[in-house]
Design a protein around this ligand. Structure first.
Ligand code: LLP
Length: 433
């Protein structure tokens, strides 16, 4: 993050807070959230995409504090469940600035969204359109609707997080004509207000050609709708998915450059099709919160494992693992790490940082050079854990989830407290005596 630096004693400081002190006060593992960094990134998107609306994707990480920061920085918020809606409303978010996603929103989730006055509901199936018509009619309101479309693009990312090819669960296919049918139906329903099309091609994407192809196809449909139905839809959402650097090999996305490229594509295509340029929005999650957090762990054991041909690997076991960061196990994701409590000038050794869970795939950092004197009691920081780590955390092996501690100007503030074993036991209804 922007404020991370090693101090004179070789200890890592974030937001002016020495992580040794943070651990002494709040324990480990902990997610450390750099408020300044989060706000700088949110602001950078807002500034670069000044003609667009920017929706922060809460699925990456959400808490009432984050909602507050997002609103203060002038961004809107993308939510995708009743739970995320509850967090947004608890934080006092303006419901008009919320966009509600999901391929299987329940009846009660849709009802709550309508009752709260959510600004846009992104519909994903004909069944959902029927449901929404009924719910809106019952309430005598008009539901603002965007249509999630499938652009038929093969995004270059892990298969589990690519969402614009034909054979996956999201959206109405443009190619098959399903998307046009959905638009026509929403347009005819007096209970629904047709806002526009929505496309999201996937996550952790670096190659902008995927966005380009998707934008072209979506705008082509936008133009067809204008021509055949005589409606110029006022909005268009091109989704999120902008990649961030997890290791030095990655090349992070630059909001300014993205904005210029996407703005040009939209202008150009709209001119080519002779339609008015709609209000465009994007939904970055990872690119805003990902780099704003690191996870701090304590080393518990260190073990040397012989490999073939005389080589060895040092397994450094820390006090968390796949329950607080599932991304290596799930997507084969790469992370880096650093010794965070002291300076060491011993030879670097090839290390693998692993967790405390009961499976061999419980890896946090696959390969990293750490000082060869790394030992129990040391602190290890893993940067870039802001997105999809706390939000995807589990209680595997009954391990309580770590807290989120915000840091700023040398001070800490608990944003989400540490879970306790009692929290977990509270759900267990006990045994009959
Ligand atoms: N908009 C929609 C409709 C989405 O489905 C997503 C992410 C986003 C925006 C935000 O994408 P971002 O800018 O954060 O890439 N758990 C996976 C990522 C799943 C992404 C789901 N949808 C991971 O850890 O890589």
């Amino acid at each position: 993050s922007h404020t991370a630096k090693k101090n004179a004693e070789g200890a890592l400081e974030v937001g002016g807070v020495d992580l040794r002190e943070l651990v002494a006060e709040h324990g480990s593992p902990a997610y450390v959230l750099d408020e300044e960094d989060f706000r700088i990134r949110a602001r950078a998107f807002k500034h670069a995409f000044k003609d667009f609306d920017v929706y922060y994707a809460g699925k990456a990480f959400l808490s009432t504090t984050i909602v507050r920061w997002v609103m203060e920085e002038g961004l809107n918020l993308d939510i995708c469940s009743g739970g995320e809606l509850a967090v947004a409303l608890r934080a006092g978010a303006d419901p008009k600035r919320l966009g509600f996603h999901g391929n299987n929103k329940s009846e009660s989730e849709l009802a709550r969204a309508l009752d709260a006055g959510v600004g846009r509901i992104v519909v994903d199936s004909q069944y959902e359109i029927s449901r929404l018509i009924e719910l809106a009619a019952e309430r005598n309101v008009v539901a603002p609707v965007m249509i999630r479309v499938t652009a038929g693009v093969e995004a270059h990312t892990h298969a589990y997080i690519a969402t614009a090819h034909e054979d996956q669960k999201f959206g109405f296919s443009i190619t098959s004509g399903a998307a046009f049918e959905a638009v026509a139906r929403v347009n005819e329903a007096p209970e629904l207000e047709l806002l526009g099309l929505h496309s999201h091609i996937g996550s952790q994407i670096f190659d902008s050609s995927g966005f380009e192809v998707a934008a072209k196809r979506v705008i082509a449909l936008h133009a067809t709708v204008s021509e055949e139905l005589g409606v110029d839809m006022p909005e268009l959402d091109l989704g999120g998915g902008f990649g961030i650097a997890y290791t030095t090999q990655d090349d992070p996305s630059d909001p300014a450059q993205l904005a210029t490229e996407m703005g040009k594509i939209v202008e150009h295509e709209c001119r080519a099709f002779q339609v008015d340029v709609p209000k465009v929005s994007i939904e970055p999650g990872r690119a805003i919160v990902g780099p704003a957090m690191c996870t701090i762990y304590s080393v518990g054991t260190v073990k040397e494992v012989e490999l073939d041909a005389g080589a060895a690997r040092t397994y450094v076991s820390v006090d968390g693992g796949m329950s607080d960061n599932i991304r290596a196990a799930l997507y084969d994701a790469d992370y880096s790490c650093t010794l965070a409590n002291r300076y060491s000038d011993t030879e670097p050794t090839l290390a693998r940082v692993v967790g405390k869970h009961c499976e061999a795939g419980d890896i946090i950092v696959k390969d990293e050079f750490l000082p060869s004197d790394v030992q129990p009691g040391d602190l290890i920081a893993v940067p870039g854990t802001g997105a999809y780590c706390r939000s995807m955390a589990s209680n595997y092996n009954h391990v309580p989830r770590p807290p989120v501690i915000a840091v700023k100007d040398g001070r800490t503030r608990v944003v989400v407290r540490r879970e306790t074993e009692d929290d977990l036991l509270a759900l267990d209804m006990g045994v009959d005596e």
